[in-house]
Design a binder for this molecule. Structure first.
Ligand SMILES: Nc1nc2c([nH]c(=O)n2[C@H]2C[C@H](O)[C@@H](COP(=O)(O)OP(=O)(O)OP(=O)(O)O)O2)c(=O)[nH]1
Length: 250
C-alpha cells in the first residue's frame, strides 16, 4: 500500500492542536470521514480521496517541550493497470497539498493557542524526592498538585513557571526538562471544560533557599514510592509514571 508521512511541530498544547485539526478536517477533495478519535492523541480519517481511491489518514499528537508534534501518515490503495504511474503522480500532488494544508494548520493552531489559558506546573526535584503541594481553597481544596499556575497573556511558559514558583514557594527555580502534558478536566479561567492542559517541567531550586508555602496548606518532599498514595487532582495522575521515572534516574 503506498503511503506518505509528514511531521509538523505545532506551537500549541495538545488539545488545541487536536481541536484545530478537527475543525479544519482533512484536505482532500473526497469527503474523508473521521473513523477514530482519541482526543487529544490520535485521530483517523478515511474515505474516497483523489481519483476515488480509498485514502486513510492517521494523525498522532505528542506533547514535546516545544509544543505538539503531529506525525501523520496518508495511505491509499493502488488502482488499475496504470496504478504505479498514477501513484507517482498522486504522491507529488499529495505532498504539495499537504504542505499547504500543514502550513495553514500550524498557523491556525498557534493563533488559537493564544486564546486558551494554559497551566504550567513544576516537579521540583531534590535528590530522589519531588515536592508536592496541597491546594488550599477552591474546587480542588485539599488535593495534591504540582505547584504552578496559569500562563499570563504574552508570557512564555517558562517565564510563567519561574514567576509562579517564586510567588507560591518563595524560591527561584531552574527548569531542567519537560515531563509531560495532561488535559485538565475542569474549567480554567472561564474557558471550556477540557480545553486547557497542564504542562509539567522538572526543575531544581537555584540556591540553597528553602521552599515556603505561601499559597498551599502543606508542602511535602516525597519519594517515588509515595506518589501514588496521595489524593491528587485527578487530571494529574497520568503524569505520575513520568515523575517516578525521573526520580529513578537520579
Ligand atoms: N498549579 C496546578 N494547577 C493545576 C494542577 N492540576 C490541575 O488540574 N490544575 C488546575 C487548577 C486550576 O484550575 C488551574 C491552575 O490554577 P491556579 O489557581 O493554580 O493558577 P494561578 O496561580 O495562576 O491562579 P490565580 O490565583 O492567579 O487565579 O489548573 C496542578 O498540578 N498544578
Amino acid at each position: 500500500m503506498p503511503r506518505l508521512s509528514f511531521t509538523t511541530l505545532v506551537a500549541a498544547p495538545l488539545t488545541v492542536a487536536f481541536d484545530v485539526a478537527r475543525a479544519l478536517r482533512r484536505p482532500w477533495p473526497g469527503p474523508l470521514e473521521e473513523v477514530e478519535s482519541v482526543r487529544p492523541v490520535r485521530d483517523v480519517y478515511a474515505g474516497p480521496g483523489h481519483g476515488r481511491r480509498r485514502v486513510t489518514h492517521t494523525r498522532r499528537y505528542t506533547a514535546t517541550r516545544a509544543g505538539t508534534l503531529v506525525e501523520e501518515e496518508v495511505a491509499w490503495v493502488t488502482a488499475g493497470p496504470l496504478g504505479r504511474l498514477a501513484d507517482a503522480v498522486l504522491r507529488r500532488r499529495l505532498r504539495r497539498e499537504m504542505a499547504a494544508h500543514l502550513d495553514g494548520y500550524a498557523a491556525a493552531a498557534a493563533r488559537r493557542a493564544l486564546d486558551v489559558v494554559q497551566v504550567v506546573g513544576v516537579a521540583l526535584v531534590d535528590g530522589d524526592r519531588v515536592l508536592v503541594a496541597r491546594r488550599s481553597g477552591g474546587p480542588y481544596d485539599g488535593r495534591w498538585e504540582f505547584p504552578g499556575g496559569k500562563v499570563e497573556p504574552g508570557e512564555t511558559e517558562l517565564a510563567a513557571l519561574v514567576r509562579e514558583i517564586r510567588e507560591e514557594l518563595g524560591v527561584v527555580v531552574v527548569p531542567r526538562g519537560f515531563v509531560g502534558e495532561v488535559v485538565l478536566d475542569g474549567v480554567v479561567a472561564g474557558g471550556a471544560a477540557g480545553e486547557s492542559t497542564l504542562r509539567v517541567w522538572w526543575a531544581e531550586v537555584d540556591t540553597t533557599a528553602a521552599v515556603t508555602a505561601h499559597e498551599h496548606s502543606e508542602l511535602r518532599w516525597v519519594a517515588a514510592g509515595e506518589l501514588d498514595s496521595l489524593d491528587w487532582i485527578p487530571a494529574d495522575r497520568p503524569l505520575l509514571p513520568a515523575v517516578r521515572a525521573l526520580l529513578a534516574d537520579r
